[in-house]
Design a protein around this ligand. Structure first.
Ligand SMILES: Nc1ncnc2c1ncn2[C@@H]1O[C@H](COP(=O)(O)OP(=O)(O)O)[C@@H](O)[C@H]1O
Ligand SMILES: [Mg+2]
Length: 289
């Protein structure tokens, strides 16, 4: 073993990215499901205390990438690091304390219907610290205040709007005071105003809790509002990363098409072919440009 200063002594396969600047890193991760290769060698470092937005079309592997960061999925090839520790090879038992450093707002941020808001948020505290966690009520109220929902503390999830449910799920995700917060499509399914409340909360949590945030989305308004740093995935690879300005100015056809919300010629041709073979007169193809 040739450990270098600042590196974990058991880390014989030292990461190439600078760990002090990026608490979460993946290197060359490859992941397939059956014959579908979803991630084709993804290398990324997520800067500390900043918000990184991961963009890309549906199905390009954003959620799969996110799940690797907390060991919910394991790569076939490549490595995943949290701080100086390689985590993709850890047992579930050794992963547990690392997962605790992460708050995860899942795409289906399901609350438990059988519990009220208070109990939903107290759930991770009780799981970790037993039936009567220290200062439970204060901790629950603090995170509910953060998301502006202290007034619904004893409501049942079914009494809340979709946007409020997301905010409660977010309060639950941060009740253990994570160092990193992962958001999977936090604004999907919300109207623009409720989506903007979530954007504001992402900014607020970054400031007040000083967390490193990683936001997966295909919502461009949200992306440009919250991002300090951006990454675009396409067909399982990183096509561009950098500050938002780099994206705004990008000449890359894949990136600029995505930002303009345009399908590629290839995709349009495929649709037109189907349309014209299904409807011999190609009645609809004139409308597709
Ligand atoms: N557990 C799984 N088993 C099989 N296929 C999966 C699984 N998870 C994701 N996939 C497939 O991987 C691809 C990428 O999925 P995902 O990361 O969820 O996309 P998105 O970028 O929309 O989040 C999709 O084709 C999806 O069907
Ligand atoms: Mg997804």
């Amino acid at each position: 073993m040739n450990a270098q200063p600042g590196q974990h002594p058991t880390d014989s396969t030292a990461p190439s990215a600078a760990p002090s600047d990026a608490p979460v890193r993946v290197e060359g991760i490859v992941k397939s499901f059956a014959r579908l290769r979803v991630l084709r060698g993804v290398t990324l470092a997520f800067p500390r205390g900043r918000t990184t937005v991961v963009l890309g079309p549906s199905g390009c592997g954003k959620s799969v990438m996110l799940k690797h960061l907390v060991g919910l999925l394991r790569p076939e090839r490549g490595r995943v690091f949290y701080e100086s520790e390689r985590i993709d090879t850890l047992s579930e038992r050794k992963l547990a304390p690392i997962r605790r450093q992460f708050g995860f707002l899942f795409q289906q941020g399901a609350l438990f219907d059988s519990m009220n808001v208070y109990e939903n948020i107290a759930f991770p505290l009780r799981e970790l610290e037993g039936e009567a966690p220290y200062g439970e009520e204060d901790r629950v109220r603090r995170v509910l205040r953060l998301v502006g929902l202290e007034n619904v503390i004893y409501s049942s999830p079914s009494e809340l709007s979709g946007g409020q449910q997301k905010r409660v799920a977010l309060a639950r995700a941060v009740v253990l005071e994570p160092k990193v917060v992962l958001y999977d499509e936090p604004t999907t399914g919300l109207d623009p105003i409720r989506a903007d409340v979530i954007n504001e909360l992402i900014l607020k949590l970054k400031q007040e809790l000083r967390v490193t945030s990683i936001v997966v989305t295909h919502d461009l308004i949200s992306a440009f509002k919250v991002a300090d740093y951006m990454v675009m995935l396409h067909e399982g690879q990183v096509v561009l990363e950098g500050e938002p300005e780099v994206f705004r100015n990008s000449q890359d056809p894949i990136v600029s098409r995505f930002l303009r919300g345009e399908a590629s010629d290839e995709e349009l041709r495929a649709i037109r072919e189907v349309t014209s073979s299904n409807r011999e007169g190609a009645r609809f193809s004139g409308g597709l440009r």
